[in-house]
Design a protein around this ligand. Structure first.
Ligand code: F6P
Length: 357
């Protein structure tokens, strides 16, 4: 009989519940006595021994449910080795709770930061299996993370809605898309929504090129322009700054986010009316789309198999549509960026989409 600890850490996303259900279902088929300890609110639950014992029933009926039944929190990796406000050694506390409960392994669902801590726990001798969640799709070692396709759907819906109103008013519209430091979400939602200009962090933009693209559309008789702008988009000038100079600039900016700065600069240079829409956390909300339900279930199923086989220290991911296992030490600390030379970028440009470069 296996004893498994499970936690979801970092920003939530769709299909976390579907993935956990997949793990539990695939184990209970062969080990009905399995004991599951669900740590609440991410690593915080493991640090402070805050958990719920769960049975197969708790995972019934959650395939389609958004959020996470375990709750989540951000526990930054950069301070994980620092004692907490009461002097508690957090890494030691996680190990103690793992040993106290006589766990066979931890199943950890998370994104980048979560994987760094998961790898640290592996280095400290704990058995760990991870599953790649994030709407950002920025985890190295897997072609896709779950949550991503659902978020693409929501961000695309936002752009679709803007399309009708943009056409009526002849304005310039910016839809700001999440994605942290990478442009996967913006690129995919932008293309799916028929955005005219897509700005992503991996391709610093030149505002004059953005303005050129807007003017060209006008010359061709288009009344409106839609931009999909990643929350991490950056201008060529800013990309040339040192990290310190950029931090300083961002600290003193009057704009709530990059889209408002792009909007102000377009307005100033073209005189056009510009509107900004920020769908924000709606992109992480609601039910997982069918793709994510299937994908998360497949990942969960493979994770269950690894656990039953006693194979630990892996993230379960996908490569060329096949479910794979990737050593955690290879994943931790690496981001998967959109390559400016990727064929999808070339294809988008052939369609007339401007990246402002
Ligand atoms: O990593 C997922 C994500 O939604 C990013 O796209 C976004 O930058 C960030 O989380 C928002 O974080 P929070 O929910 O802590 O505001």
């Amino acid at each position: 009989m296996k004893r498994i600890g499970m936690l979801t850490s970092g920003g939530d996303c769709q299909a976390l519940n579907a993935a956990m259900r997949g793990v539990v279902k695939s184990i209970t088929v062969r080990d009905p006595e399995v004991e599951i300890y669900g740590f609440l609110e991410g690593y915080r639950g493991l640090i402070y021994g805050n958990f719920r014992m769960l049975s197969g029933h708790d995972f019934s009926g959650i395939l389609t449910k958004g959020g996470t039944i375990l709750g989540s929190s951000r526990t930054p990796f950069k301070t994980i080795k620092d004692p907490d406000e009461n002097g508690l050694d957090k890494v030691e506390a996680m190990k103690q709770n793992y040993y106290k409960l006589k766990l066979d392994c931890l199943v950890i669902l998370g994104g980048n930061g979560t994987h760094k801590t998961a790898n640290l726990l592996r280095e400290e001798g704990l058995n760990v299996i991870t599953l790649p969640k994030t709407i950002d799709n920025d985890l190295w070692g897997t072609d896709m993370t779950f949550g991503f396709q659902s978020a693409v759907n929501i961000a695309t819906d936002a752009i679709d809605c803007i399309h009708t109103t943009a056409a009526s008013h002849g304005r310039v519209f910016i839809v700001e898309v999440m994605g942290h430091k990478v442009g996967w979400l913006t690129l995919n939602a932008g293309m799916a929504g028929g955005a005219d200009i897509i700005l992503i962090p991996e391709i610093p933009y030149d505002i004059d090129k953005v303005v050129d693209a807007i003017n060209k559309r006008k010359e061709r008789g288009s009344k409106f322009t839609i931009l999909a702008v990643a929350e991490g988009a950056i201008s060529k000038e800013d990309a040339a700054l040192s990290k310190k100079e950029l931090r300083e600039k961002q600290k003193n900016t009057k704009y709530p986010s990059v889209s408002y700065e792009v909007a102000a600069r377009i307005q100033e240079k073209t005189g056009a009316e510009v509107r900004v829409t920020v769908p924000g956390h709606t992109q992480r909300g609601g039910s997982p789309c069918p793709y994510d339900r299937v994908f998360a279930s497949r990942l969960g199923s493979e994770a269950g198999k690894l656990i039953l086989d006693g194979e630990y220290g892996f993230m379960v991911g996908i490569k060329n549509r096949e479910i794979i296992k990737v050593p955690l030490e290879d994943v931790a600390g690496k981001l998967k960026y959109v390559s400016p030379d990727a064929s999808i970028i070339k294809e988008a440009k052939m369609l007339g989409i401007s990246f402002g470069d």
